[in-house]
Design a protein around this ligand. Sequence first.
Ligand SMILES: Cc1ncc(C[n+]2csc(CCOP(=O)(O)OP(=O)(O)O)c2C)c(N)n1
Length: 546
Amino acid sequence: MATAAELFIRCLENEGVDKIFGIPGEENLYVMDALRNSTIEFITVRHEQAAAFMADVHGRLTGKAGVCLATLGPGASNLVTGFADANMDHSPVVAIAGQGATTRMHKESHQILDLVSLFDPISKYSVEILEPEIIPELVRKAFKDSQAEKPGGAFISFPENIAGEEMTGEALPLKVQSPLPPDAPEAKVVQAARVIDAAKFPLIMAGNGVIRDHANEALVAFAEKLNIPVTQTFMAKGAIPFSHPLSLGSVGLQAHDYVACGFDRADVVICIGYDMVEYHPRLWHPDKEKKIIHIDLSYAEVDAHYVLEAGVLGDIPDSLTRIAAHASKQHAGKTDNLKGIIMEELDDYAANTSYPLKPQKILFDTRRVMNKEDILISDVGAHKMWIARLFRCERPNTCIISNGFASMGIGVPGAIAAKMACPDRNILTITGDAGFMMNSQEIETALRCRVAIVIMIWNDSAYGLIKWHQERRFGHSNNIGFNNPDFVKYAESFGARGYRVESAAELAPALEKAFADNTVVIIDVPVDYSENMKLTENLGHLVCPV
Ligand SMILES: Cc1ncc(C[n+]2csc(CCOP(=O)(O)OP(=O)(O)O)c2C)c(N)n1
């Protein structure tokens, strides 16, 4: 006779789950015990938030829901930030929390929180297991909802008395069905092709949906056939290779960056797999005068700055191929050298020897050392803005940026999950000193699980991005400084390695050595963030090339 917890684990196996990130607790004893006879590996972590970030990055890289687990009350509330990050970044994640027995949920009771309500606003599906028989349906629905476009979070609360119940009936896992996305109606395809044919300066904006729907090759073919330039959001980096002649680079900086010049000129913007949460249309479409074509698997969000001329809802590769077949006009391609300006900016700093290091120099050397398939996970801060602008990506999902919820602390746990999902690639996280300290405890997890990652800390002893914003707004800053530990000694205290970069020339060799070390390595890189305000000033004076 199986317990409900054992049936639950069978259902997770049936969904193809191979790992659960989490921390065991008293209220999930039965679930943990059921894992002893399972193919699923449990990755014991040091903070539930990290477990959720790991599930988040696992989901983003594999397209299959990452799974995290916590106990009730404080364990579950610790999951919230990482889980919300996954939900807003449209990464599939299923979170499981233990819960007190159903016999004490109706009253004040030790560690009991209404978890279904807590997770409701940050999930696509939030549910409690109140009968063992419903487990197969409930688990199937959680995974189906989480993985369906747009992907996001599903939360399951599992009361301990239900988990321990002996199953009497014949409940079995349900068949996993993966329906193909529907194709767009022909009339919509033809309408979009007409709008594109009538355009003077069309521009493509690719979003993360292109990567989620494996539409990157179709995107390139579409752009090439019609000779239309492509820009991408932060989370779509690599959807078109940076080196492609039609690639303009990434958009998303709130300031008016070079790539935004492409928007100024465009009369038709073709948004493909675009998530508004990343880069609000008000920023690139203030005058509401452009024609917008929305190509996606989901309906467009309603927004006064995003009123559609044509909407093509269906499998993205199929839609792109069919629209391109109906459109006949060859457009002007890139009419200016916007990407050239970005390249010049990088090249200018390639041989820069100043210390602390300039962000541009760090990213130039990092790109040179990393292979095209290697993965960079960005944390959140000023460093993320530099990575988004200047780190050149040739392949989808090789630069993971959180730009929906945009939570600090994703870097270290995200890198661990990336290495587990892609063990043959080098994995680097670039993080601010503040974001690093939010989940640095997971260095122990990485070492214990023998997961080799490199952590590059941009060290400025401050909340750099906020300092940047304060200086921009008020001309001064306050309450943003702090002291750091000695990061080399900190690494060594865990049994990891630590290198401090003491001149610009030391960075590239240190990074090469760190990858070759094949363990957990911290590289402490003092960064010169005076470049932040220089960038603001330069972009403030930016005159778009004509
Ligand atoms: C969890 C969380 N708290 C606060 C913020 C707001 N925030 C965004 S960037 C930032 C500063 C980041 O500092 P650091 O990690 O040192 O990176 P830097 O900006 O210096 O590159 C803050 C406080 C956030 N995005 N996430």
